[in-house]
Design a protein around this ligand. Sequence first.
Ligand SMILES: [Zn+2]
Length: 543
Amino acid sequence: MDLLVEDATFVTMAEPAGPAEAMLVRDGRIAAIGPAEQVRAAADGAQVVVRLDGATVIPGLIDAHCHVTDVGYLAAAADCSQPSAPGIEAIKARLADAAGRTPDGSWVTGGGYAEYKLRENRHPTRADLDQAVPGRPAVLYHTSLHACVLNTAALREAGFADGQPDPPGGAFGRDREGRLDGVLYEAPMFALFARNLHRDLARMSDDTGSGLIGAAGRKLSSFGISSACDADLRRETFAAFAAADAAGHLRQRIYGLIVHDQADAVPPGRHSGRLATEAVKIWADGGMSSRTAAIHGSYPVPPYGSGILSFERDELTAMVRDFDARGFQVCIHAQGDRAIETVLDAYAAVLTAGGETPSGLWPSGGNPRRHRIEHGGAMYPYLTERAAALGIVIASQPGFLSGLGDGFAAAFPDRYDELYAFASWQRAGITVAGSSDSPVITADPRIGIRDARLRRTGDGRVLGPGERLSAREALALYTTQAAIACHREDEIGSLEPGKLADFTVLDGNPLEIEPERIPGLGVLATVLDGTPVYQSGDIIPGG
Ligand SMILES: [Zn+2]
């Protein structure tokens, strides 16, 4: 049945953007969009008319770098968030309850707490968790995913003991006597999370895995997200996505970035309209807030190093050359300037096939596979110029600015205004795609759109005021630009005739309201192929 959508503000993001008062959806695609008379003329009389009472229709939002499976994994954990669990007693009850439904061999898992929102205003400890879950491992993840708490059995199984020094890139919480109090910060937390996730996924049946993807999809669609790049696709997570797709449970189009050492374990290609695996993911360095991003010079804050470079230039170049020859889009995590330089060296060697042009620059368009840099935190001007010349696409995270920005300012006291330089990158001609890196921060793109405009940290400091984007540029990160980063600009990213009918209905216009108010915009519906996958009311038939 055709849908005629009327009485709405349409932010089409098309270039050039003509006036749009109505949209006709036929067979999952946009058949017409424009002046009401023109669109009605294209309808055949049998359509369902949807009047949106002045709501705003934007293209379905795209998250170009998200750890979708992790989002689902945490959604399935015991909810220990505030205000739902206001104090440590409530958290203990949730964990005790979760123990009853956690299979043997898996850790009892909770997530979402923030110590500063708890009645006790402190992290729960190993002793608290021991009371809730005695005798078997239990873990409680902090909402930031930069810390967690383990009970005694979990500390033992993870190999952590009293008297052990703090590990590189991280720290243990300790009690007054110096014994581990169960809290882990940064590096050991990241390693533990990855290990638990992959152990649990490897054991999951297709049904459970598909359920986890379903939980992630419900959450992402409630934020208006209709497509996402999964930045960490492996054999077992691909199986979960494929099972969810076969069952018709995918609420987003998923473009998987296959972890490089799994490239032979995951079939490449377009598997359906909602699942594709055409890219590989490589990590060149660590993170900015954990100070493991590889930089020139050293950090003025603990652990005072220069970060960690995962591959030397020649090794990385060989990998890029191999994946490029096999037809993959290559997406490389690179945060520090030293890592970004190494990645650009590798890309230059492959894309210019034996040397750069005499000017040292390569005309844009020389990167047909759209090889990407993920994050690009400390991509300073000389690196920006090189990336632009090579035609490299950047998938970055504006929402880091409010979520992690104060940590960046501490780690880069002299250059924080140059981090995540979205406006400079765009002026240089680089395609910049918006994304969350969730669950590192929330997957909510409304936060990212606001942060791209304001660049304000949690403490209220503005990082790089000259890098603030306009309303339209900020929305483009999550629509037209992200579509290019996924090779899908012919299908998604703007509302135009012939494109897929993927759209999001908001209760206000993100181009018109004050940026501070963008996170408060309500998502009324998220629609894929003309069918709602999420609705807060019952405004669109189907689904
Ligand atoms: Zn990531």
